[in-house]
Design a protein around this ligand. Structure first.
Ligand code: FCB
Length: 524
């Protein structure tokens, strides 16, 4: 069957409801009482199944083909910034092995592959286009199409050309204009073959881990810079959507955000409730509201007023930022329980490490601060849930709540579709004597999160696809190669790829469109 026969990508523009109209919405049930908790779960026809990666995490070849430094190449050279002194110079060597990797995707039956293009490969000095860089992505796209895998292209997954960082980086408004030039360059080269375009991956990370926490490249530690970076990233997004829409009315356009689900430890305590408001605010609403509602939330503007944010926002910016999109990409790993009080010695996360994926902030030797520009008095509590190798809670019902909330408050009213563009887990895999890799915990993680997605769909959320993070084990940013997220194991010494048991299981899910019943459960 041709992909086009069963894939139902949203029709560009067509699904945008008039402002103020809503789609039917029913609140969701938590997963424990889910009808899908254990039996076989069928997904709707046309549901899009994929895996995701990002350029810097897999490509390697960092000095080949005219590529120059991105902020991540420079960051990796800072002593202590990345665990083990790891860098992206080889990574998964995907630049040379992309054909083998597309063949792997085929073996996994994937409908779609979410990847990012490296700005530093295509416009290495920030202004001059490098044809060799474009040619690589052109070859990759051709290979995907020949394998009948839909290319789902992300223009920016955190790897700003270092040349642009030296001109001020994302806190410099001009970087947004450079991004639009780059987006148009990519579209000129690939627009005839690539139909789905994501501007940004997780601007929260680029802005607040990169410019406020100092945990990610470029490693700055300034609340003001983080806020300015966030605004300019969103401006870049909106302007790029306008430029691409004008060039190609048929393109499916959107961006991917990462989310937390902030729960007050004591929902009856106003102080905890306010801390949850602030945590949710800086993580989720700071991006959702401008992009999908055309305004920053007033409570957040009040919270950051002392940081001069008002001077960054110019007249007309919010119109640009809220340019309609077809697709919201949802990345979800976990939520968090937050309080105005420390938990006490055992479970306390110190004030300021407000990232629910706290490892990102804490693991490196390099000193970091909170990604939250106004972190004071926010304490993360452990809930005793199982943890992945990242130290992140396994909290699938949070995904159901997230998707239904997004549908009700943000995407539904705009007629925007959702795709889960990242979800997955790191576990310390062991290669068996026979060369196989058995990873039941990762399999269970994906299984339970898919069930949570199905619950959200039942509750009225327009979720049209799921991309597992990640196709391959890869460079996990400040944690280097120490964390493995792949459905496919990579031996970094030999570059040998081995499909893990989770990958074999996922291939069957993709082939059948059904999550099989859990052992011992009756089929639904
Ligand atoms: C997301 C990133 C992705 C990967 C996963 C684990 O925040 O987008 O590159 O690092 O987390």
């Amino acid at each position: 069957m041709e992909r086009s026969e069963f894939m139902t990508l949203p029709t560009p523009g067509a699904r945008r409801a008039a402002p103020g109209t809503t789609v039917p919405f029913t609140p969701s049930a938590p997963l424990t009482s889910s009808p899908h908790a254990t039996g076989a779960v069928a997904f709707p026809d046309g549901f899009l199944w994929g895996t995701a990666t990002a350029a810097f995490q897999i490509e390697g070849a960092s000095t080949e083909g005219g590529r120059e430094d991105s902020v991540w190449d420079a960051f990796c050279r800072i002593p202590g910034a990345v665990v083990n002194g790891d860098d992206g110079s080889v990574a998964d060597d995907h630049y040379h092995r992309y054909r083998e990797d597309v063949a792997l995707m085929k073996r996994l039956n994937l409908d779609a592959y979410r990847f990012s293009t490296s700005w530093a490969r295509v416009v290495p000095d920030g202004k001059t286009v490098n044809q060799e860089g474009l040619d690589f992505y052109s070859r990759l796209v051709d290979e995907l199409l020949a394998a009948d895998v839909l290319p789902w292209l992300t223009l920016y997954h955190w790897d700003l050309p270092q040349a642009l960082e030296e001109l001020g980086g994302w806190p410099n408004r001009d970087t947004a204009a450079r991004f639009v030039d780059y987006a148009v360059t990519m579209h000129e080269a690939l627009g005839d073959r690539v139909k789905v375009w994501t501007t940004l991956n997780e601007p929260w990370c680029s802005a607040f881990l990169g410019y406020t926490a100092g945990a990610h490249a470029p490693g700055r530690k300034s609340p003001e810079d983080g806020l300015a970076a966030a605004h300019h990233l969103m401006l870049a997004h909106g302007d790029a959507v306008r430029a691409l829409r004008e060039r190609d009315p048929e393109a499916v356009l959107g961006l991917t955000l990462n989310f937390t689900v902030s729960d007050p430890v004591d929902p009856t305590d106003p102080a905890d409730v306010d801390v949850a408001r602030r945590d949710d605010g800086m993580f989720n609403r700071f991006f959702l509201d401008p992009i999908l509602r055309g305004a920053y939330p007033q409570d957040l503007l009040d919270d950051v007023a002392h940081l001069g944010f008002a001077d960054v926002v110019r007249e007309g910016d919010l119109d640009v930022i809220s340019t309609p999109i077809d697709v919201l990409g949802v990345n979800y790993y976990n939520g968090g329980a937050v309080s105005a009080r420390p938990q006490g010695a055992a479970g306390e996360t110190p004030a300021g490490t407000a990232d629910p994926g706290g490892e990102r902030v804490d693991a490196a030797v390099w000193e970091t601060r909170s990604p939250n520009p106004v972190p004071d008095g926010i304490y993360h509590h452990s809930r005793g849930l199982p943890l992945t190798d990242m130290g992140w809670e396994v909290q699938p019902e949070g995904l159901t709540r997230l998707l239904t909330r997004l549908q009700r408050d943000y995407t539904g009213p705009r007629g925007t579709s959702m795709y889960v563009t990242e979800n997955g887990a790191a576990y310390p895999d062991v290669v068996q004597a026979d060369g196989s890799v058995d990873d039941p915990e990762r399999l269970a993680f994906v299984d339970v999160h898919l069930r949570a997605v199905r619950d959200a769909i039942d509750a009225g959320a327009d979720v049209r696809g799921y991309f597992a993070w990640s196709l391959l084990d890869n460079f996990e940013w400040a944690l280097g190669y120490s964390k493995r997220f792949g459905l496919v194991h990579v031996d970094y010494g030999t570059q040998e790829r081995t499909v893990k048991s989770s990958g074999r299981w996922y291939a069957e899910v993709v082939r059948t469109g059904v999550v099989p019943a859990r052992d011992g459960a009756d089929a639904e």
